[in-house]
Every structure is written in structure tokens, then in C-alpha cells.
Design a protein around this ligand. Structure first.
Ligand code: TNX
Length: 607
């Protein structure tokens, strides 16, 4: 009996990825995959032969199979080696799976990614039980871009360390390697600074938060609930170390000269009018009170950045630079005098002076700055990397000026705070429209650049601004599954991208894994389900496919919202509508863990 159960378990675990899928379920699609008919059984008896100096890599493999430890001569082995058969880019790897051996070869980072590929090929279980099977193949793989970023705004809403770690787990699973941590903004200062304790004592708190968004029905509505949170230095170190284990570099963002209200609430002397009282903002948007370009401010920022650079060993420090209104500087006699003294053209020149001065300081400590594309206005600091968010124009201009560029345009489906569909069933968000297909279609290399200029495109990033993201579950709902589309754009060769294969063949397997791991995510509607529309006719056949492997599509034709108690889709559904009548065909997808898609509604009219 025991044997029978084992063989059933193995059978269930054999990889049955779509025959037509050239990438065996893997996201992001590897550079090249040759499938064979071999099957490697990975179980508790599989030996691991780690020829690298990185013991963590073997640990990673062991964590995948429950009860791991025993090894026997009869079962296969997994070999990790730094010796590759061809010369590969830094993060690349080779993966060869036969019925007796799995060889993962590359640098230690490359092997780390090769192991992620093994995990992505595995079936839907969270921790793979006693055994699972891997399809025979030969894979050569390396990233298209060195910078593969995901951003998280913890200023508008705060997410504690365990949530950040889950975010990093996801990033590593999909081969993203730069975590842009937006740590300060008008609504809260979230990083402890030893020298300026009031930043967190005062600046991390706001009196209340706006209810709803800027739609009319929410005018003047606040929640009357104090809000706050910050990371201690120890917590920051913990996150940086955790990220490093996952081959992710953390890029901290300290906003300046705008988005500074939380800092001004703690230290009003950093503003252009120290007699005013400042409070961390309770609503969203852009605020007129910003840092004054005074010696007091530069002194303060240099101190803050010094502590930040101690905590974050990575090369890049993000200094913000976006959305800095010039009203306060226009009103300030000090700023006007400074413009004259420094022979600057105007307030934009003053912003350039501000950023260049900070850049010089950061460079002197061996680090480099990244800034949002507004830092181009009035002249860009000599060594700055530009993050192009207001479309691609900033990135194009910067590349032409031989500055490194990271593409993250809202118009390219990379603003994960935007809505994932046009349905009213989407949760509250800032607006916009960034469905999975749009994120997927984005290409970070603008046609406007010639071959030389293209070299300055370091990569791509998506951003999760959190004005309307109040809970960890919503964080994951907003980034999943769009993050997987980002991962393919950032990693895979453009020629390997194919939205149908990605969404219909591979995504269902990946979503099944995420479902089993307990992540919240946006469940796509069933493929083939008619969307919000009126269809004319008397006979209809709906052929549908589940967007999550193992999920069930339920449907109704009586106008009620479908639930688990309604008919489950097993074969194409035929609906007959008599002459002169109508039916309403509704569908929902319910996943094994109980997550639900939006309900689709189509009116079938034979009137
Ligand atoms: C613009 S993107 C901002 C953020 C907002 C975001 C909302 C950028 C550099 N600045 O402050 O949160 O829009 O989508």
C-alpha cells in the first residue's frame, strides 16, 4: 500500500507542462532550452555534490525537499559547480538534467539562479513533499539586463521586516536583483538615524490618513487614526543581509529636495521658513514645503547619508529629486540670493546645484547616486544615474548625454499602483490602467536610441507606491502577477517573449506555486471567459482554461454571482438562448487556497 501511495505521489508530481511550451513552465523564459525525454526524480535520497565554496547553495536545495538528509548510491545527484562548458555572463548558468544527474554550473550567483530555475520547474507544492520530478533538459541562461529592479514605498504605508523579506523572496524567485526601498517621504520617515532621533520620534508619525482616493466622493474624508512605523538600524541591517543571501542589492532612497515634510516636521530649521510648523502629511500628492538649500540642510543631509551609506554597502544611493515645487524657494530671500551668488539661471538651476552638491559628497564616499528624471532639469549632476518615470523621454535624454538609465515609465505598465483591469471589482487604487499584458509588452530599450546610446540602459524597474496599499496582502495583490511579467522583460531575450505562452502555459504553474505558498495575488479571469460584453445569438459555446493550475472555474447562467456551490467547468459549456430571451453568463476562478478572480459577466441576447 505504501508503495502504491508513493508511486501515485510521484506520478502526480511528474512535470506535465504544456507540450507546446518551449520553456517548461519557467518564468522568466531562459535564453535557450533543449528538452529531452529524461525525468530526474528528486527525493530525500538525492545526493548533493557542492563543488563551490558557497554552502548556502546546498542549503537552498536541501530546504526544497522535506526530510532531506539521507543519500543512497542508487539515487541521483545534484552537482553544483563553478566550471561551465562555455563562457557565460556573470549571472549566467548552465543547467543539465538527465535521469541520473542534475548539473548546475556558473558563478555562485549563476548557480543561485539555476536553482531558482529548478524550483520554478517544480509543480505547485509550496515545500515539495517527499519527492518531485524534473524534466530532462539542457538550459543555457543569463540576464538581458544587469539591473532588474522592484521598488517598494514604505513611507505612505509601512510594511514590517517580515513582509519585506517575503517581497525579497519573491524577487529572488523571479531573478530580480535590485530592491529600491523608498524610505522617506512627506507622510513618514522610516529609517532610524542615530544623530537625528526626532526623524523617527516625530517624523515617522502622522495624525491620520486620507480615506479613499481623490475621487469626489472621498472629499475631506480622513480616518482619524494616528499612523506610524520605522525600521531600527538593526532591522535595516537584517534586511540588507537577507537580501544579500538572495543575491539582491538594496538601494535606499532618501528623498530630497522635495517630499520632505516628515523631515521638516522633526527639524523645521531645514525648511525655508523655520517659523512655520510642519506636520507629516495626512494626504497624498506634492507639497510646497521642501528642504532649503542652506548649509544647515547640507550638513544634515550629509550626516544622514553618512549613516545610510554605513548601513547600505551597495554602490547606489537614491536621492529622489522628483516633484520638487519651487514655490518656497521663490519666496525665500536666501534662495534668491543664492541663485545670484552661484550665478544660477533660476530655481531649476538651484535644484541642479543641490543635487550636484549631494552627488559630490556621495561620490567622495565611494558611492554613486540615482535620481528620478527631474534631476535632468537645469542640468544633470556629472555621474548620476537617471530613473526615467515620466515616460521614456528623460531616459532617452540621459542616455544621449551618456548617463546610465533605469527605465521605469508609468506609461509602460510599470506602476504597480495602477489598476490591473478596468473592472469596478478592482480594489481602491490611484487609477491608471496597467494590466498584465501591458507590463509584459514593455521594452526598456527605446527605438530612439542608436546602438552606442543603448548601452546606457542598465535595466528596468517597476514601482509600488503605497498611498492606497494599506496591508501586506494588498502589496502582494498589486505586484502579483505583474512582477512575473517584469521579470521576463528584465531577464529574457526580447526574442523569447511571447505573451500567450507566458500567460496561458507558464503563468498557471507559477501561480499554483504562489497559491500554495500562501501569497495573495490577483487571480486572472479564466482564459476564454467572455468579458463585460453583450453577445448576440441563440447558441453559444464557451471553451475556457484556468489561469491557475488546479483552480476551478465556476459559472452561472441565471444572473447570480458564481460561487463554489455553482457548476464547475470541465468541458466546453453550451448555452442555448431561446428566441426573444436573454441569459447572463458569469464566471469566477477559485484557486485551491480560496483566492478568487473578478467575476466576468456577459449578456447573451437572442432578442
Ligand atoms: C509619482 S514616481 C511619484 C510618487 C507617487 C506616485 C504615484 C515618482 C518619482 N513620484 O511620489 O507616489 O507618482 O503613482
Amino acid at each position: 500500500m505504501k508503495k502504491l501511495i508513493t508511486s501515485i505521489a510521484l506520478l502526480a508530481a511528474v512535470n506535465t507542462f504544456g507540450q507546446n511550451d518551449p520553456y517548461i513552465g519557467i518564468i522568466p523564459a531562459p535564453v535557450s532550452v533543449h528538452k529531452t525525454s529524461d525525468i530526474f526524480k528528486w527525493d530525500v535520497a538525492t545526493a548533493i555534490d557542492n563543488k563551490t565554496n558557497d554552502t548556502a547553495l546546498a542549503g537552498l536545495l536541501k530546504s526544497a525537499v522535506k526530510g532531506f538528509g539521507a543519500s543512497s548510491k542508487n539515487s541521483g545527484r545534484i552537482i553544483l559547480t563553478n566550471k561551465t562548458t562555455t563562457q557565460l555572463p556573470e549571472e549566467g548558468y548552465e543547467l543539465r538534467i538527465t535521469s541520473t544527474e542534475v548539473i548546475v554550473a556558473g558563478t555562485n550567483t549563476g548557480i543561485f539562479y539555476g536553482i531558482q530555475t529548478l524550483f520554478r520547474m517544480a509543480q505547485g507544492a509550496a515545500t515539495y513533499d517527499a519527492a518531485f520530478s524534473l524534466p530532462g533538459c539542457d538550459i543555457t541562461d543569463y540576464p538581458r539586463f544587469a539591473y532588474r529592479g522592484l521598488h517598494l514605498d514604505v513611507a505612505r504605508h509601512f510594511f514590517p521586516v517580515p513582509v519585506v523579506k517575503q517581497y525579497l523572496d519573491l524577487m529572488a524567485s523571479y531573478k530580480l536583483n535590485r530592491f529600491h526601498w523608498h524610505l522617506t517621504d512627506d507622510q513618514g520617515w522610516r529609517i532610524e538615524i542615530k544623530k537625528y532621533p526626532k526623524l523617527t520620534q516625530i517624523g515617522s508619525r502622522r495624525a491620520e490618513s486620507k480615506v479613499g482616493n481623490f475621487a469626489k466622493e472621498y472629499d475631506g474624508m480622513y480616518d482619524n487614526t494616528p499612523y506610524g512605523g520605522f525600521y531600527t538600524r538593526e532591522e535595516i541591517k537584517e534586511v540588507v543581509a537577507y537580501a544579500a543571501q538572495k543575491h539582491i542589492t538594496v538601494i535606499p532612497e532618501i528623498e530630497m529636495p522635495g517630499h520632505a515634510l516628515a523631515a521638516l516636521s522633526a527639524y523645521p530649521e531645514l525648511s525655508c521658513d523655520a517659523n512655520k510648523t510642519y506636520h507629516a502629511a495626512t494626504t497624498w500628492g506634492v507639497f510646497e514645503d521642501v528642504y532649503c538649500p542652506s548649509e544647515t540642510t547640507f550638513h544634515f543631509l550629509e550626516d544622514v547619508l553618512t549613516e545610510v551609506m554605513e548601513l547600505f554597502p551597495g554602490k547606489y544611493i537614491h536621492i529622489g529629486g522628483d516633484e520638487c515645487p519651487k514655490d518656497a524657494w521663490k519666496k525665500s530671500a536666501f534662495c534668491q540670493q543664492l541663485i545670484k551668488d552661484k550665478k544660477l539661471k533660476d530655481e531649476n538651476g538651484l535644484q541642479s546645484y543641490f543635487v550636484a552638491r549631494i552627488e559630490k559628497f556621495v561620490n567622495s564616499k565611494g558611492h554613486s547616486i540615482i535620481g528620478w528624471d527631474e534631476i535632468l532639469d537645469g542640468g544633470v549632476a556629472p555621474n548620476a544615474t537617471i530613473m526615467s518615470w515620466r515616460g521614456e523621454e528623460g531616459g532617452i535624454a540621459a542616455a544621449k548625454q551618456q548617463h546610465n538609465v533605469i527605465m521605469t515609465p508609468g506609461s509602460g505598465g510599470l506602476y504597480f499602483d495602477h489598476a490591473q483591469s478596468k473592472s469596478k471589482q478592482e480594489p481602491l487604487c490611484i487609477g491608471g490602467y496597467a494590466p498584465l499584458s501591458k507590463t509584459y509588452a514593455y521594452d526598456p530599450v527605446p527605438a530612439a536610441l542608436n546602438a552606442d546610446q543603448r548601452k546606457y540602459i542598465m535595466g528596468v524597474q517597476a514601482n509600488l507606491w503605497s498611498e492606497y496599499v494599506t496591508t501586506p496582502d494588498k502589496v502582494f495583490f498589486m505586484v502579483l502577477p505583474r512582477m512575473l511579467a517584469l521579470s521576463e522583460t528584465a531577464w529574457s531575450p526580447a526574442a523569447n517573449k511571447d505573451f500567450t505562452d507566458f500567460s496561458e502555459n507558464r503563468l498557471p504553474w507559477q501561480l499554483a506555486q504562489l497559491d500554495a505558498k500562501g501569497y495573495n495575488y490577483r487571480v486572472p479571469e479564466a482564459y476564454g471567459a467572455p468579458g463585460d460584453t453583450i453577445l448576440k445569438g441563440g447558441e453559444f459555446t464557451f471553451k475556457m482554461e484556468s489561469p491557475v493550475h488546479g483552480a476551478v472555474i465556476h459559472y452561472t447562467i441565471d444572473g447570480y454571482d458564481p460561487k463554489e456551490t455553482d457548476l464547475a467547468y470541465t468541458r466546453p459549456v453550451k448555452v442555448t438562448v431561446p428566441k426573444g430571451q436573454k441569459r447572463t453568463f458569469k464566471t469566477i476562478v477559485i484557486t485551491p487556497s480560496g483566492h478568487r478572480s473578478n467575476i466576468t459577466t456577459a449578456v447573451l441576447s437572442n432578442e
